[in-house]
Ligand binder design. Sequence first.
Ligand code: FES
Ligand code: FE2
Length: 357
Amino acid sequence: MALSHSIEARPIENRYARGWHCLGLAADYKDGKPHALNAFGTHLVVFMGEDGEVHILDGFCPHMGGDLSQGTVQGKSIVCPFHHWSWGGDGVCSAIPYTKRIPSKAVVKSWPVCEENKLLFVWNDPENNAPPPEVAIPRLAPAFSEEWGDWVMETWTINTNCRELIDNVSDMAHFAAVHHVPIDYFANVFEGHKATQVMVGKSLNPTAEGRLTTRATYFGPAYQITEMSGAMGGFPVASILLNCHIPITLNSFELRFGMLVRRLEGLSDEENRQVIQTYVRLIQQGFYEDVAIWDHKVRVDNPLLCDRDGPIYHLRRWYQQFYVNADEVADVTRQRRLFELNEGLALTPQLHHVFEE
Ligand code: FES
Ligand SMILES: [Fe+2]
């Protein structure tokens, strides 16, 4: 009797990836109100003080546990709703209404924050090191260009571990099976904190003509930018997708999907908006197709792969660099590696990351 392959899955380690995590549009947090953020297995508060800077602090007050996201922003501080202790953006208690003697330990963790491409990011690092400059979020010129529309953004809560989402980078075979997009050409490029997928396939839109080429790069564990070129209704459409997530717990994450589309000349604002909406709906459908699988599948550490599957094992080694201490990252997880699966396309795209030539 032939030996069967048993699925193995170790318990998920209680650790969250080191890296920048996108929280969606920065403007959404700039209303002078505190915002609750459940992320990395904990509870945080996001707020902008009168200095115009957005801060993220641990969300529970160390005095007696008040929820700072239920408090109020006053000046540069967030004031706890329970006994009105004030906490500055640096996490240091700046005032207590009924004493002058602030305990020296009255400090909550302040999380590194950055704003880029009109998006807000928070830095997670279990070792509490500062974000190294080489993993800074690259600037995306279309986010600031008049020739492009504004971000259109959608958010969902997904109830599984975020590794399932990352597997998509290398899972060539699921695009035809799950998303009904046969792939003519597929490649992965891994290098440092970047992992790129290059794909040429039929367009996502059944009414669209020709081929769709996408180049998608993860910058770190949770922020992916995709450049797409395709056609819709006879027009060439250039678009940029944002796919980012933030783990809520080990078994849930918030998935954000955003889109920028270059305005089509000759179309009114309204017509442009409709093109974008149609595109967004198609991509959204794609995510639902993945979710339908994730809702029922099990975690597999030792997938049984075959010839012409993508490099899932290498992808996971790359991804593992974000789950070990910075000085324990194995070289093999950061070396430049190329994988190509060509289904007979004569012209193969260049193998590089998004924002590189
Ligand atoms: S619990 Fe926050 S001030 Fe007392
Ligand atoms: Fe997918």
